[in-house]
Design a protein around this ligand. Structure first.
Ligand code: PGA
Length: 249
């Protein structure tokens, strides 16, 4: 069955209200004919302004994280309710930068993911191995753990988007080859089939992320198991529209 491609940008800690509004205004006409799902995951402080800027367009605004608790003493965190108030539809969860620099664990990823689903926010759960892990032949083992622990207890796995982002490809300009990305994403789909069921696994949207840009996106997204991309650097300019329009252009 056909899965609808989903292209999401990850602005990380970039852009301001001013530059963000300008970029969205430029992107809107460029992506107006897309048949795909499109989102920009923006810094939390920019969410209200970017939701306003993207109104009436194909671009949905997402967050870069979300906390599991309803409310309370969690300084610096943001709840599902707070995101929902602005109509946020997506939240990246477990990005490798969160895991690497802020100590996020698979258990935390799991709690955040369950909370997002319960609140009608689609989690974009990031998984991926480091260069060392790949070179030591541990890619599958690392993914197995991230998927098993991160997705534990989810009732309907089709409500989750997975982003496979090999850590060595993020922001480095070193993209995984289309074959490498396809092979690993096919493995992830197979594993999800084992953890849940095959039918659902075939419906799950799995993105590739890591130095994806207007030049390499076609070959990546042509792969049978790759359903879109999580785009960092190339989402900070109108290059993002070229990625969104990769098939239509
Ligand atoms: P990149 O980032 O496209 O700049 O490599 C991707 C990501 O980290 O989501």
């Amino acid at each position: 069955m056909a899965r609808k491609p989903f292209i999401a940008g990850n602005w990380k800690m970039n852009m301001t209200a001013e530059s963000g509004k300008e970029l969205i205004a430029q992107l809107k006409p460029l992506v107006k004919d897309t048949r795909y799902n499109v989102a920009l995951c923006v810094p939390a402080i920019l969410i209200p302004a970017m939701v306003k800027a993207a109104k009436g367009s194909k671009i949905k605004i997402g967050a870069q994280n979300v906390h599991w608790a309803e409310k309370g003493a969690y300084t610096g965190e943001i709840s599902c309710e707070q995101l929902k108030e602005y109509g946020v539809k997506y939240a990246i969860i477990g990005h490798s930068e969160r895991r690497q620099y802020f100590g996020e664990t698979d258990e935390g990823v799991n709690k955040r993911t369950l909370a997002a689903i319960a609140n009608g926010i689609t989690p974009i759960v990031c998984v991926g191995e480091t260069l060392e892990e790949r070179e030591n032949g541990q890619t599958e083992k690392v993914l197995d753990k991230q998927l098993k622990d991160g997705l534990n207890g989810i009732e309907d796995i089709t409500k989750v988007v997975i982003a496979y982002e090999p850590v060595w490809a993020i922001g480095t300009g070193k993209t995984a080859t289309p074959e490498q990305a396809q092979e690993t994403i096919a493995y992830i789909r197979k594993k999800i089939g084992k953890l849940f069921d095959k039918r659902s696994a075939n419906k799950v949207i799995i993105q590739y992320g890591g130095s994806m840009n207007a030049k390499n996106c076609f070959d990546l997204m042509e792969q049978p198991d790759i359903d879109g991309g999580l785009i960092g650097g190339a989402s900070l300019t109108t290059e993002f529209a070229k990625v969104v329009n990769y098939l239509q252009d």
